[in-house]
Design a protein around this ligand. Structure first.
Ligand SMILES: Cc1cc2nc3c(=O)[nH]c(=O)nc-3n(C[C@H](O)[C@H](O)[C@H](O)COP(=O)(O)OP(=O)(O)OC[C@H]3O[C@@H](n4cnc5c(N)ncnc54)[C@H](O)[C@@H]3O)c2cc1C
Length: 383
């Protein structure tokens, strides 16, 4: 028997894997936007995007909650404890502008974008932080006016609690600029856009490492063949450390559930609770509910997808006691995704070594910043 390790034909090798100018690892929102933007900057480049997901990309971009959000008040108050004011609001600006860019690139219809407003819930035990929010509201609103032009972005909305039917909730703050998207539609549209530009996106290819040759980088796959490329861009987010051991990126698993359709669902919009550790929204007449990583940070610091009863039981409890009390409901599906987290919230976009760049660590805000991060990464590679 004569060995053909890669099992690729001459045609397959020549068409897909030879003469690559830019190889992008990771077909999430960042990888695909990098490809889109790089193609604009270098129309003659052969760009290839690969992802190890076998059917679909296996990252956070197709598994998230679809909040088009730029910061709830308690999240920003928490950030201000760790970072200077300018840094905190610069990030709000990045998220806001990133969302406008996402909408401009794909269009609201293709995103399933709806601006139903975002809300933050406060229980009676959270009186202190509620008061703190009220104290800071005018100042935050001024900052948001500079950023977005909107007036009174954050508003007291406790009178709306009954409208939603929540139990055990004493106060609400509304964010009038917050929206929601259909995550599936977003990624499908983005993938079509990229493929229509003649950029190849291949699943089922896992990158294991690389070495420099005189005139290129030889990138090794787990599939038994190598891909020669001029430039390599790593957009593997939470999994960055598997290829770049020095990267300051930790995996943070996030678990989610979604209910079956609920008759006359009153809850519409996006909702944050407990400094953003819990989040829920309507998806049509269902509720998508996620979070609870704070119940067991250690277990959720993992590269493994999966569900735990600690988190799922708590999500179900909050769902039936606080969000949809006294209402019959059934859980339709549960899943998890892995976020890329770090000591600070900003993402890492940098040249790692000759011919290699990375754009990773999107935290819980990749929907908001991913489009711009992709563009920034493309400039870094192409310039
Ligand atoms: C449950 C959940 C809810 C979220 N909710 C929101 C939200 O409401 N709003 C918001 O803004 N953000 C949210 N996020 C965060 C957001 O989804 C992410 O920040 C964003 O999707 C990251 O995009 P990315 O392209 O950087 O990475 P990813 O989408 O994670 O893509 C990385 C890709 O790299 C691939 N890969 C990894 N290693 C290799 C390798 N060695 N070889 C080949 N391929 C590889 C993976 O298969 C993966 O597809 C949420 C995240 C989760 C998990």
């Amino acid at each position: 028997m004569i060995e053909n390790r890669s099992s690729l034909s001459f045609w397959e090798r020549q068409t897909y894997f030879e003469g690559v100018d830019l190889l992008i690892v990771g077909a999430g929102i960042v990888g695909l936007n990098s490809a889109r933007a790089a193609q604009q900057l270098k129309p003659n480049w052969k760009i290839l995007v690969v992802d190890r997901g076998r059917i679909l990309p296996y990252g956070a971009s197709t598994r998230n909650a679809g909040f088009a959000c730029f910061g709830s008040m308690t999240e920003l108050l928490e950030d201000l404890k760790n970072s200077p004011e300018k840094e905190v609001f610069d990030l709000v600006q990045k998220r806001w502008e990133g969302l406008q860019k996402l909408r401009a690139v794909l269009g609201d219809d293709n995103l399933g974008y709806e601006e139903l407003g975002g809300y933050e819930l406060f229980t009676p035990q959270e009186e202190e932080i509620w008061k703190d929010c009220l104290d800071k509201m005018d100042g935050f609103n001024q900052q948001l006016t500079y950023i977005s032009g909107m007036k009174n972005t954050y508003q007291k909305a406790s009178s709306e609690i009954d409208k939603f039917g929540f139990a055990g909730v004493k106060n609400l703050i509304k964010n009038v600029g917050e929206g929601q998207i259909d995550t599936g539609k977003m990624m499908k549209s983005l993938l079509s856009l990229v493929r229509n530009k003649n950029i190849e996106v291949l699943n089922g290819i896992e990158i294991k490492g690389w070495h420099l040759k005189e005139d290129c980088l030889l990138v090794e796959t787990a599939n038994g063949f190598s891909i020669p490329t001029q430039q390599l861009l790593i957009t593997t987010n939470a999994f960055a450390k598997q290829l770049l051991p020095d990267a300051l990126v930790e995996p943070g698993r996030a678990q989610v559930l979604i209910t079956k359709p609920i008759h006359q669902l009153k809850v519409k919009g996006t909702f944050h609770y407990e400094k953003g550790y819990y989040y829920f929204r309507n998806v049509g007449d269902r509720i998508l509910f996620g979070g609870g990583r704070n119940l067991d940070f250690k277990t959720e610091n993992t590269f493994e997808f999966g569900l735990t009863s600690t988190v799922q039981d708590h999500l179900e409890k909050l769902l039936s006691t606080m969000i949809l009390p006294n209402q019959p409901l059934e859980i339709d599906q549960r899943w998890s995704g892995i976020m890329g987290l770090g000591p600070v919230k900003s993402s890492i976009i940098k040249r790692v070594e000759e011919r290699i760049c990375c754009a990773v660590r999107m935290g819980g805000m990749g929907v908001a910043i991913g489009t711009q991060v992709g563009e920034d990464a493309a400039h870094l590679v192409c310039d």
